[in-house]
Design a protein around this ligand. Structure first.
Ligand code: BGC
Length: 827
């Protein structure tokens, strides 16, 4: 332990108070021992530091900060150095606002394009995700504060996000869902890590000694503080025993009492408690100097310029027929689409930043040497039909050389707390695109979306520039590419399927039941499409450029590849060289090929450069569920170097002796996984892969029953609560603006009431509520009947009923208050 002396002077109560938040974003200081409070702030694409009343989903305004491009955009740049610079700027802003830990990066794997938070995550691939996340952590922590990679682990859907059980086999967990975290933790040593809300194979991630102890701390050597997601702690004592450090946000002294009781009863050892206290103290002491020393301001202009550079680097040119782009000076441009004036540049939820300023394409056109003929919104943002808007847009389009048509997903389609219902752009946008192409074929679409969309509409455009979610300077970044100031070098960090139904998890995503079964196993994103030989709209790693590159001179060895890349075109540009490892002859099933390294190279016209991409033994390994270790199958491996997963330019072959481990699937029927036929794996095969029977999917009534399930409860009061919430959720959906608080509560289990009410309620109160949901309140009906029978009247009966319902809850609230007061006196 690093602070043994200090810890030996603490009382049990003091130790326990260090392990949870005291405010929505801050931990409790112990002044007498000189332990300061740590201030956390979201998030992955900029600082959301709420100075006044804090709510954790961003409804209350936060201090102005630079809104950098979201993770998907930075991932599309495939440029870890850029990611590090962006993250360093975010870190500096955070420190300037008194923030000690920035809650990011987010590196959950994009299992399905519909996940509402995909915009906040990097990729479907753990190599790209882990490399980018490590760069973020290095950048943030270069400023002296802490980063907090999230959400660990197997957190892939927003529906029921606080109480969904991700059911997956250990190999898939390790190779797909943990591998990025492993790279991030081992390469960049984050000071903290955030556990996810969900359970993994029946245990809350925050209470899993397998995830936190065996893997994170023992295997990967993580020695920082594990922080729960906000309201994500189920049983803090169990969490602390498993290796979780700080419960957030402010569960009140009830959580302290639980820890103290657990130590006294022996359920939690004092040694485990001390380990966690040591981590909390280390965090508080290590980030404080940077926060204290930080300037109280930052260079907003310089950060805006960096955000613009990053937005341009994250743009992916998806189509460019007849080299419509870049546009020459003097091109007469019609700017069409509501996003041109009011950009969709970030997603909704806890990551939303109060931007220092926001550029729009319309506002910046004057900066370019393009000739703006006019602007028309063309469509209603909320999806409604507007013949007048469309008509005006068509008139305008007919009078221009080129139409810059701004399409995209809307705010309600990219939000924390809700998954998308489909993968399409709104029909009114698609109809407009088709009509515009009818009056002017020179259409260049600028697409704002944080995740893949179905793309049949691309036939209506000669050029498509995917800007992802570009942050506050996204418009400038896009214009830099449109005008040729920046040569596009972004590549897709996720596969764009032809249709949603092609995605192997589509039939069961998002899971509405208690369990989210990852039946497709390893076959996520390109790993599925390439293994199954299924066509896609746009492959992983794909992106066009204004120049061309040639690959030659491959040297391949088990330690990596070296090759020469030449810029064979007329403009300077950057190429993303991707290295995939494949094992055509294999005994143990594995995806067709897997990304194991990449390099981004900037080259002047005519310039060539030798590029190396290293490999390690792990690049060839699979996780063997029989030996519980990473093993390498002996034999020949292909090292495939290309410009996308489909565009392989050079192939080398290397031989490896292998580790000689037995095939873990010998005698087990895992046929769908051997043939990559995983779109509808049956129970027997999934159970064979899991190595155990399938869990029960029925949500029960208990502390972890979600508000969205209250309709299945037995309480009149909670039926009303459920109906009211459902009505509010539907109203928000109709309005086109997500109601984040309603979404949060909708997916929230009852026990979170004890975690999110600043100490007003504890688990005793939750238990009283659970009794009510179980139908305790109907006992009041008996009192009413009795009152009528005894002639006391309906009024008295109703009063008795109300007392029956309210009294146990009121008593529990009172008991909590009294106990908290007693403890507070001792602190
Ligand atoms: C989100 C986290 C976020 C936290 C604090 C949670 O609801 O899942 O990503 O960091 O809130 O705002």
């Amino acid at each position: 332990m690093r602070h043994e002396d200090l810890i030996s002077t603490m009382t049990l109560a003091e130790k326990c108070t260090l392990l949870q938040g005291a405010t929505t974003f801050g931990t409790r200081p112990i002044e007498r021992l000189g332990i300061p409070s740590v201030e956390f702030s979201d998030g992955p694409s900029g600082v959301r530091h709420q100075a006044g009343d804090a709510d954790h989903l961003g409804l209350n305004a936060s201090e102005p900060a630079t809104c950098f491009p979201t993770a998907v955009t930075i991932a599309n740049s495939w440029d870890p150095r850029l990611a590090e610079r962006v993250a360093a700027a975010m870190g500096a802003e955070a420190a300037s606002q008194g923030v000690g830990v920035l809650l990011g990066p987010g590196l959950c794997i994009k299992r399905n394009p519909l996940c509402g938070r995909n915009f906040e995550y990097f990729s479907e691939d753990p190599c790209l995700s882990g490399t980018m996340a490590a760069a973020y952590v290095r950048g943030i922590q270069s400023t002296g504060i802490g980063a907090c990679p999230k959400h660990y682990a197997a957190n892939s859907q927003e529906t029921r996000r606080q109480a969904s059980d991700s059911v997956l086999d250990e190999r898939t967990l390790r190779e797909i869902y943990l591998a990025g975290f492993e790279t991030c933790v081992t390469e960049s040593a984050p000071r903290t890590i955030m556990t996810s809300y969900n359970l993994v194979n029946g245990t809350y991630a925050n209470e899993s000694s397998h995830l936190l102890g065996d893997i994170l701390r023992d295997e990967w050597g993580f020695d920082g503080a594990v922080v729960t997601d906000w309201g994500g702690s189920n049983d803090h004592a169990a969490g602390v025993a498993a290796g979780s450090t700080i419960e957030m946000p402010a569960p009140g002294l009830g959580s302290v009492r639980e820890l103290m009781d657990a130590v006294r009863s022996g359920a939690l050892s004092e040694a485990d408690l001390d380990e966690r206290v040591d981590e909390a103290v280390e965090l508080a002491l290590s980030v404080a100097p940077a926060v204290e020393a930080a300037r109280r301001s930052f260079d907003a202009d310089a950060h805006h310029a960096l955000a613009r550079e990053a937005a341009a680097a994250g743009c992916v040119l998806l189509k460019n027929e007849g080299e419509l782009l870049p546009l020459a000076a003097g091109t007469r441009v019609a700017l069409i689409g509501d996003f041109a004036k009011t950009p969709h540049y970030q997603g909704a939820g806890s990551s939303a930043v109060n931007s220092t300023r926001v550029d729009s394409l319309l506002g910046l056109m004057g900066e370019t040497d393009l000739d703006l003929v006019g602007y028309e919104p063309g469509f209603e943002r909320d999806g409604g039909e507007s013949p007048a808007r469309r008509g005006a847009a068509l008139d305008l389009a007919a009078h221009a050389d080129v139409v810059l048509l701004c399409l995209g997903l809307t705010e309600i389609q990219e939000s924390e707390g809700a998954d998308r219902p489909d993968m399409r752009l709104n029909d009114n946008q698609l109809e407009l695109a088709h009509a515009v192409a009818g009056v002017n074929p020179n259409v260049a679409v600028l697409l704002s979306a944080g995740s893949a969309v179905e793309s049949d509409w691309m036939d209506d455009a000669r050029a498509v520039l995917y800007c992802a979610l570009g942050g506050q300077a996204g418009a400038g970044g896009a214009l830099d590419v449109v005008t040729g100031r920046t040569c596009p070098s972004g590549r897709l960090s996720e596969t764009w399927p032809l249709r949603l139904s092609d995605v192997p998890s589509s039939a069961s995503f998002p899971s509405e039941g208690r369990c989210a079964e990852y039946r497709e196993g390893l076959y996520v994103g390109y790993r599925y499409f390439q293994s199954a030989g299924a066509p896609v709209a746009l492959p992983f790693g794909f992106g066009l450029s204004y120049t061309t590159f040639a690959y030659s001179g491959l040297e391949a060895s088990p330690d990596g590849v070296a090759l020469t890349v030449a810029n064979t075109g007329n403009v300077a540009g950057a190429e993303v060289v991707q290295l995939y490892v494949a094992k055509p002859e294999r005994e143990v099933f594995r995806p067709e090929q897997e990304l194991r390294g990449f390099a981004k190279v900037e080259l002047a016209p005519g310039e060539s450069r030798r590029v190396t991409i290293p490999l390690t033994e792990r690049s060839f390994a699979y996780f063997n569920v029989a030996t519980g270790r990473w093993e390498v199958e002996g034999g020949a491996y292909e090292l495939r170097v290309g410009a996308s997963c489909e565009d392989i330019r050079l192939v080398g072959v290397v031989e490896l002796a292998g580790t000689g481990a037995p095939n873990p699937y010998a005698g087990v029927d895992v046929t769908p996984y051997e043939t990559a036929d995983v779109t509808s794996v049956d129970d027997a095969h999934f159970s064979a892969l899991l190595g155990r029977p399938l869990p029960d999917d029925t949500p029960g009534i208990g502390r972890n029953m979600c508000f969205c399930d209250l309709g299945h409860g037995r309480s009149l009061v909670f039926w009303v609560v459920w109906l009211a919430l459902r009505a509010m959720k539907r109203a928000a959906e109709r309005s086109g603006r997500p109601n984040l608080n309603v979404l949060f509560v909708w997916n929230m289990p009852l026990r979170a009431i004890a975690k999110m009410t600043g100490g007003m309620a504890d688990m005793g109160v939750v238990d009283a509520l659970v009794r009510e949901v179980r139908g305790f309140g109907w006992g009041g009906a008996v009192l009413l009947a009795l009152s009528l029978a005894l002639g006391w009247g309906a009024g008295v009966g109703a009063l008795l009923w109300a007392l029956w319902v309210v009294a146990p809850i009121a008593l529990a609230l009172l008991a909590n208050l009294v106990r908290n007061r007693a403890l507070a006196r001792k602190l």
